[in-house]
Design a protein around this ligand. Structure first.
Ligand SMILES: *[C@@H]1O[C@H](CO)[C@@H](O)[C@H](O)[C@H]1NC(C)=O
Ligand SMILES: *[C@@H]1O[C@H](CO)[C@@H](O)[C@H](O)[C@H]1NC(C)=O
Length: 669
């Protein structure tokens, strides 16, 4: 690896190549986060036998060349130039060229041995001595620098995958799910002709709810009616005569029993919770008689949440400022939790089922241990905005992620440590300004949280990591029409052959469509065991409500999602790995700016199409090996870019989709 010590000071560049490798990566190094970000990923025609940097004074400053390296291959020496895309001409861009070190020795070996500390004589003055990242050498040879302590040793790295790993450990903040793609599944699986949907469900309600067999959708017709659709019977709905559940009062919130796909609980405006049983095979006639009615709240209810492990245990929050626990088997209220001073925006059970967290309009986050105390065991400051909020436990229950509004009404995600709620948020990620609360769905297997708000067209995706920077933003999924809700199905519904990590159902004004969230991978014939750890069987209860109330905890079984006939990618033979990069000729041909603009435009239009049957332009990223997913960062803002040169008779190939897009954008605008 070779580095440019001038740019180490300002926006330092570092190039890395493995011996025998056909790729040269270039990174920007900075003294502050993210420390390292990838600038280019240059494919070379022949494997590298050595790389050296050309002295700075040899660069063509008028064409904004900021670095030149020479690649030694078996039969050629290939110059690779790095240019900043600027309107070049006769101007000297002083910001790109800080004073650089000169070529005369500052002292003799004997002087150094005696303890001399003179600086190398600079050309045009010297500014390199103050930075901890500066190096006293500007020589082309690989040199040691302080960054070698982060895992890179001097000299060339032995293998590409090792270099990718070493770099990824330095890169840190970039998610392997950052290219996660949402894809609407085939039209055959949609429900269409949906009519009379209630579009004004309260902020605490998710809009609709689903399990692996059926969905429940609130209707605007009087008497709190809920339509039930069997997922096995997708298609165009009849114009009239759909059987419904008649709750008789307005519906505030509702939820399927996670352990019984026939049982739906519905919280009403009349402070009562009605428990409904959908018959085997689905609703064929309108239901008017609930199985049970839970009574105890004195005012209307905000939301209901089933316990994650104990069967028939339900929590409900109400305008009466209490949270109550119910044992559905006996129909009894078993606990009432106090301490809230205002509207309860959201609540969530911890993954181990011991604790219940709430977020409240009074500005507080609370954690209850309901079997020990009716009062919160911890309190801390929550979001400042008063429009609404949700809370979800993440990272094995270490943190609470709160989706709310900041004091300026910007939607923001916050992370709070469960060990110490009173310390406030340890990290936050602002998203945008919009009136509806972002409703989170968290997948513990990937630590990916998928969020959208009612009325939004954008679905945000973040990976949450247990150390800084905590939030890693991934690609978002957009639809042309606003969502009225997004519900998720059990992990077993994901098609692992397609590297699908989450299966959602999107409710729009007139339809319900399944959306698959997939990780683009090359070797899909192998089971991608790095994205599929054993998954918790959360759809089976592990104890009864009475056992939990008596002090037992329970734990979910976990299962592997690996189909019998698939081999884990970690055990896949290495030799079948094929590097399927984009054909480099695609970028090598001399194209006019006009042609490049056209290509860029059609790529963008293709992206907007986002249809299931059209290959997405992102799929071109599938040619990248798994290790490289970790090390490249297409999404980062790039200041430097790399161009291939034709200055020599020997062709030097360089293909990096994003690099070229950056360059083209600069050209065209
Ligand atoms: C939709 O549901 C909400 C909450 O129960 C209720 O207040 C509202 O009146 C309903 N809307 C219509 C059009 O029925
Ligand atoms: C979705 O839309 C947002 C802005 O509305 C945009 O920034 C983002 O790139 C879009 N994502 C995709 C995958 O098109």
């Amino acid at each position: 690896w070779v580095k440019d010590s001038d740019h180490i000071l300002t926006t330092g560049l570092l190039t890395v190549s493995g011996m025998g490798d056909s790729v040269i990566d270039c990174f920007e190094v900075s003294a502050t986060e993210p420390f390292l970000s990838q600038v280019s990923h240059c494919l070379t025609e022949a494997p590298t036998r050595g790389v050296a940097m050309v002295p700075k004074l040899a660069l063509d400053v008028l064409s904004c060349e900021v670095m030149r390296v020479l690649q030694l291959t078996d039969s050629f020496i290939v110059p690779i130039n790095y240019h900043v895309p600027r309107k070049s001409g006769q101007e000297f861009h002083a910001d790109l060229y800080p004073d650089t070190l000169g070529r005369t020795a500052a002292m003799s070996a004997a002087e150094w041995w005696k303890g001399g500390e003179k600086q190398e004589a600079p050309v045009r003055g010297c500014s390199t001595s103050s930075s901890p990242l500066s190096s006293p050498s500007s020589s082309a040879a690989p040199s040691r620098s302080p960054s070698s302590t982060s895992g890179l040793s001097s000299g060339f790295l032995p293998s590409p995958s090792q270099s990718a790993k070493a770099i990824s450990s330095m890169l840190g903040p970039s998610s392997k799910f950052r290219h996660l793609q949402g894809a609407v599944l085939h039209r055959d699986t949609h429900f269409t002709n949906l009519k009379g949907l209630n579009l004004t469900t309260p902020g605490e309600c998710d809009g609709f709810c689903a399990n692996r067999h059926r969905v429940a959708v609130p209707l605007a017709t009087a008497g709190g009616q809920i339509a039930i659709f069997e997922l096995s019977q997708a298609g165009k709905l009849a114009d009239t005569g759909l059987p419904t559940i008649q709750n008789s009062v307005n519906v505030a919130d509702f939820s399927w029993d996670p352990f019984n796909s026939h049982r739906l609980v519905v919280a009403g405006d009349d402070a009562k919770i009605r428990v409904w049983q959908v018959p085997e095979g689905g609703l064929t006639e309108t239901l008017t008689e609930p199985e049970t009615i839970l009574q105890g709240h004195t005012e209307k209810i905000y939301s209901v949440k089933f316990h994650p492990l104990a069967s028939g245990l339900l929590a409900s929050s109400s305008y009466d400022q209490t949270v109550r626990l119910w044992n559905l088997e006996s129909g009894d209220e078993v606990k009432a939790l106090r301490g809230h001073q205002d509207q309860i925006f959201g609540m969530a059970w911890s993954p181990d089922g011991k604790l219940l967290a709430t977020v409240c309009k009074d500005g507080k986050l609370r954690i209850y241990d309901p079997r020990k105390s009716a009062e919160p065991v911890q309190e801390g400051a929550g979001p400042e905005g008063h429009r609404g909020a949700r809370v979800v436990w993440v990272c094995d229950g270490k943190y609470l992620m709160v989706s709310g509004f900041d004091s300026r009404s910007e939607r923001t995600l916050y992370l709070h440590s469960v060990e110490s709620l009173s310390s406030g948020a340890i990290a936050s990620a602002p998203t945008d300004v919009s009136p509806s609360t972002l409703i989170p769905f968290y997948d513990p297997d990937t630590s990916v949280v998928i969020l959208t708000g009612k009325g939004d067209t954008r679905v945000y995706i973040f990976e949450i990591v247990p150390e800084a920077p905590y939030f890693l933003e991934c690609a978002s999924f957009n639809s042309s029409e606003p969502h009225k809700g997004l519900a998720f199905l059990p992990k077993t519904e994901c098609v692992v052959q397609e590297v699908e990590v989450a299966r959602g159902l999107r409710l729009s004004k007139t339809s319900i469509e399944p959306v698959a969230f997939r990780v683009p991978r090359v070797r899909k014939e192998f089971f991608q065991d790095d994205v599929y750890p054993d998954t918790a069987v959360w759809w089976e209860s592990s104890l009864t409500a009475s056992a939990w109330l008596a002090g037992s905890d329970g734990k979910h079984q976990s299962i592997s999602l690996k189909p019998k006939d698939m081999t884990p990618v970690s055990e896949a033979p290495k030799e079948v790995q094929v590097r399927k990069y984009l054909p480099s000729s695609h970028y090598l041909e001399e194209k006019t700016d006009e042609q490049k603009k056209d290509e860029l435009l059609s790529a963008m239009i293709g992206k907007l199409g986002n249809m299931d049957d059209n290959p997405l332009p992102q799929e071109s990223f599938q040619g990248v090996e798994d290790d490289e997913w970790v090390s490249d960062t297409h999404t980062q803002t790039q200041m430097y870019t790399q161009t291939h040169t034709h200055t020599h008779t020997h062709k030097h190939k360089c293909t990096h989709t994003h690099t070229h897009l950056t360059m083209l954008l600069c050209l065209s605008g």
